[in-house]
Design a protein around this ligand. Structure first.
Ligand SMILES: [Ca+2]
Ligand SMILES: [Ca+2]
Ligand SMILES: [Ca+2]
Length: 456
């Protein structure tokens, strides 16, 4: 496993933080946090207080919250600053706390976003309740996956109108093979609710919640109005939370039947408490308009941020954005494999959907509106933007989600010391170039694989 060394850094002006992080994320995948920051300063300027010299313009600053620190250093004029992956490995040993719940899932250590979100404090409270039913409306979902199989309920394929939402052989294969090539729905499902402590894969945001897998997109011609069929199923199966890592590549007013159904599940599911409907903002680097699906009044719309909590270079933006979340790059893929470079707003939305599931596990009496309110009101606005009078900003909405603040709101007496309220530090996801036709239905993570090939 190649490690980034200080020799790699010294004198190499080409190592910019995003590229660096992306390159090394896959290789360093068992490293969840960074306890130090390497900063490059301009000639003639003073190093940050407490920094140790690494030679030349490079200095290392120890900090328990290196992502926030790196952001601040860049904002204050440093040429560059990025988490120190070398120091990290050493420090990880000492981060283990005896009282923390532990996981035997082999890729848990690589789920940097769980660390950045402070999820361990939430997991210490609950790992989720099977009563909470999270529907994932997506491409094919490998319901035989070790991380999903035990928690599947009411599977449905709205694309083929059958009860098996698994990816079909050959689907989305760019090499003409008849393999299982569609990773999207499985990766999205894993981020929300992969099973904990099963000796396999990863740990989902709500690892003991129930999954209602709904296949919406396949390859070839599907049933008419798959979206409507998918939502009718989410209504019938009484989903508590519905994740939607899909959307339209260009401006498309919300289809009326779909809008009506989204309103219906949001207010009628759970005996009237409603389902929390979460949508990815999309990866087209465009402004979302007020009459699009993502802007529907009961929809929680999620933009994606990178490892510095900055907006990714692809995320959509605009008034409909409610919150930002890290583009979770590590998840499961079909055939009991693990993917380390998933990306896009597709990977940010299920972080929020899983969080909604965790909230409802902790307090099942909350209405969907209350859950949305809690997630929005506890979000932490980026220090790098000037929000509007209400506190919203174009890319972050109300800000980056802050699970420890949610924990403190729900259980003020039990909340541990809240980690630095920097919102999520969010690893850079691959930039996405969407080549889909105008208004066509797309899933929001496929292009990540394209970029992975290009950069490797
Ligand atoms: Ca099927
Ligand atoms: Ca697992
Ligand atoms: Ca909204």
């Amino acid at each position: 496993m190649p490690l980034l060394t200080l020799d790699d850094l010294a004198g190499n002006d080409l190592i910019l933080h995003r590229t660096l992080h992306r390159t090394h994320l896959g290789e360093q995948i068992d490293l969840p946090t960074w306890p130090a920051v390497v900063v490059k300063i301009a000639a003639g300027t003073l190093p940050p207080a407490g920094a140790e010299p690494l030679g030349g313009p490079y200095w290392r600053v120890s900090d328990p919250h290196p992502l926030a620190r790196a952001r601040a250093l860049v904002a204050s004029g440093a040429v560059d600053a990025f988490p120190d992956l070398v120091r990290h490995r050493v420090a990880r040993e000492s981060l283990n706390k005896e009282q923390d719940v532990t996981f035997d899932d082999p890729s848990y250590g690589g789920q940097w976003y769980l660390d950045e979100l402070g999820m361990i404090d939430l997991y210490n409270h609950t790992l989720g309740s099977p009563e909470v039913r999270i529907a994932v409306v997506d491409s094919g979902i490998d319901i035989a996956s070790t991380d999903l199989a035990p928690k599947v309920s009411d599977p449905y394929d709205a694309f083929s109108d059958d009860d098996d939402p698994s990816p079909d052989p050959g689907e989305f294969c760019t090499d003409g093979s008849n393999d299982i090539c569609d990773e999207h729905g499985t990766a999205v499902s894993g981020i929300s609710l992969a099973q904990d402590n099963n000796g396999f894969g990863i740990v989902g945001m709500c690892p003991e919640c129930t999954l209602i897998p709904i296949k919406l997109l396949g390859e070839g011609s599907g049933a008419l109005s798959e979206e409507v069929a998918a939502y009718e199923h989410a209504l019938e199966a009484d989903a508590w939370v519905i994740n939607n890592s899909w959307g339209y590549t260009q401006y498309t007013p919300a289809p009326r039947m779909l809008a009506n159904l989204i309103e219906q599940v949001s207010t009628e599911n759970r005996g009237g408490l409603g389902a929390v409907v979460v949508f990815a903002a999309g990866n087209d680097d465009r402004e979302l308009k007020d009459d699009e699906m993502e802007a529907l009044p009961t929809v929680l719309c999620v933009s994606a941020t990178d490892s510095y909590g900055n907006p990714t270079n692809y995320t959509n933006y605009g008034d409909p954005i409610d919150v930002a979340a890290p583009s979770a790059t590590v998840s499961i893929a079909p055939g009991n494999t693990v993917i380390t470079n998933f990306g896009g707003t597709s990977a940010a939305s299920p972080v929020v959907a899983g969080l909604a599931g965790w909230i409802l596990s902790a307090n099942p009496a909350m209405s969907a509106a209350e859950v949305r309110d809690l997630i929005e009101s506890t979000a932490v606005q980026s220090p790098l933007v000037i929000p509007d009078d209400q506190g919203r900003s174009t890319y972050y909405g109300w800000g980056s989600i802050s699970p420890p603040t949610i924990l403190a709101e729900l259980f003020p007496e039990q909340a541990a010391e809240t980690p630095e309220a920097s919102g999520c530090g969010c690893a850079s996801a691959p930039g996405l170039a969407s080549g889909a036709a105008a208004g066509s239905l797309v899933f929001l993570g496929f292009a990540a694989a394209v970029l992975r090939r290009r950069s490797s």
